[in-house]
Design a protein around this ligand. Structure first.
Ligand code: AMP
Length: 218
């Protein structure tokens, strides 16, 4: 049966790393709205220019813009068996739109799980300001907690790592405010629908991975 997996949790909770691994493990596409928006920004499209003005303030990009991108992406053939959706939905309005999109696309019943990464938030700002990623393979590094073998170079692709423009302390605080105000109510929303699966996201990448697999394979 088709598996629709969405992920909730504060910025830098480890979703990006785990969902990247999970998409490879399941053979489902990893759909990450933040990366899709950054791709629009780097191409300087009309949507990218609008998105940048919100991302630079740590705010949510307008729902119509993200809705359009996500609707097109989820309708693609590689999502037929399932998807790993990271960074969407991020508000009640988006959660309701996702239900409508899934109902339109799905020809038969699908398994839907909202996986919530529950984590102590004190270390997260520190994680954000030291984060780097590979522009080619998407591997995420951290100068302090998970450095690349050669400074600033991806271990796998050997290309220079990049730092996100919004990974600085000021914007990070705004992103947390946005998360608590707009996104965290979704935890209760999915709990009430018996679709929420909470995992302890504290600990090593391997420890969290084990917990994630249990939820995904059950
Ligand atoms: P992320 O890479 O998931 O941390 O997202 C980076 C930024 O992209 C966020 O701070 C938002 O400004 C924007 N963004 C990503 N996903 C969404 C979404 N589902 N709705 C609105 N804005 C989003």
């Amino acid at each position: 049966m088709k598996k629709e997996l969405i992920f909730l949790g504060p910025p830098a909770c480890g979703k990006g790393t785990q969902t990247n691994m999970l998409s490879k493990y399941l053979g489902f596409p990893h759909i990450d709205t933040g990366s899709l928006l950054r791709a629009e920004i780097s191409k300087a499209t009309e949507d990218g220019i609008v998105a940048k003005s919100f991302i630079d303030k740590g705010q949510l990009v307008p729902p119509e813009l993200v809705g359009k991108i996500i609707k097109n992406r989820l309708a693609q053939e590689d999502c037929n068996n399932g998807y790993v959706l990271d960074g969407y939905p991020r508000s009640m309005e988006q959660a309701e739109l996702l239900e409508r999109i899934n109902a339109e696309i799905d020809s038969e019943k699908a398994i839907f799980k909202a996986i919530y990464f529950d984590i102590d938030t004190e270390i997260l700002i520190d994680r954000i300001v030291h984060r780097q990623s590979c522009p080619k393979c998407g591997e995420i590094y951290n100068k302090k907690f998970k450095p690349s073998k050669v400074e600033n170079i991806c271990d796998k692709c050997h290309v220079e790592l990049s730092t996100r423009a919004d990974d600085n302390e000021e914007i990070a605080h705004a992103r947390f405010d946005t998360y608590y105000k707009e996104t965290s109510p979704l935890i209760e929303f999915y709990q009430n629908k018996n679709m929420l699966h909470k995992i302890d996201a504290n600990g090593s990448i391997d420890e969290v991975w084990e917990r994630l697999l249990k939820v995904v394979n059950n």
